[in-house]
Write a protein that binds this ligand. Sequence first.
Ligand code: SAM
Length: 344
Amino acid sequence: MAAQLAGQSLRFGWYFALNRLLDWRSEQLGRGSRYRPSGPVPSLQELLASQGELLLSDALAVRDGLYPAMEDDATAPLRHLARIRQMFADLPAALSRRAANDASSVNAEAAAAELPAYYAQDFHFQTGGYLSEDSARLYDVQVETLFMGAAGPMRRAALAPLASALQGRDQRRVSLLDVACGTGRFLRQVRLAYPALKLKGLDLSRAYLEEARRHLGELRPVEWIEAAAERMPLPDASVDVITAIFLFHELPPEVRRAAAAEFARVLRPGGMFVFLDSLQLGDKPEWDGLLESFPYRFHEPYYQGYLSDALEAMFAAHGLTPELTSTPFLSKLMVCRKAVPSPG
Ligand SMILES: C[S@@+](CC[C@H](N)C(=O)[O-])C[C@H]1O[C@@H](n2cnc3c(N)ncnc32)[C@H](O)[C@@H]1O
């Protein structure tokens, strides 16, 4: 536990410094964020205290044997540094797009024409949206810099409900599908914790799936599926656990509902759905201003609507009953269960 906490603290310090450096560089380029939210914003101390709580609860779960300690990024330092350099090199172009409110660089990618219009945009003003290899290579370092190293620990909060669901079960007979698996950061944590689980990772981006495949390279194979969350090429009632991390805030409201219906279709009766995404308005009312400002800094066309969408009711309406909700740091974790039909 002490080693995990020490590693996490170093990791936090590193990404905190990068976060500040990125803001400083943006100001220097004359492109700092000018948005002033109307709602309350937490102080830096409040944010850090909440992040500290997240790291502590992760370390306690490791101490209690729920899942293994988190790997750090120091395992491939040269690659990590190259990606940071690339992130800073890409910053002027991303900030120019933000200033011009232009989220169309994705259209230079051949795949854009075949993908739904709601998806073919430069999310976060990333060059190439989710479609280019460069975007897939930069994504993790960008997200960790934004969250001051807390993206990984927030994802790991979704491991705790898995630990209780899998207790006493034969892993080889349990299947888990991570929808919108991105670069595979969560699936790698799952694979390290459960070497024999049947894992599937689904995403609309071929480039991100490629990065995920590389990232899980030496571990036991995962089935990779290039498809949309709202139209999954999987049979009814064929999966035991579905996870979806940082997906729903990027979907238009009608696609959110179509995805919820699709998850309910694919889950086995009694199966578990683990949702982890951004906080919503009112989850931590004194932080509402921070949430409000996010889509002004990063292109997030559906985030405003997401912030007040009635997610619990939406999942329940599709037969996924929320059983547990918590709010680790900047995220909201919800565990839902698909009902088992009563006999007769
Ligand atoms: C913010 S990223 C989150 C990725 C990953 N779950 C994580 O924790 O980092 C959103 C991901 O959702 C994928 N995505 C967005 N809309 C999708 C859809 N309709 N179907 C499948 N994947 C989608 C994107 O390609 C991207 O990889």
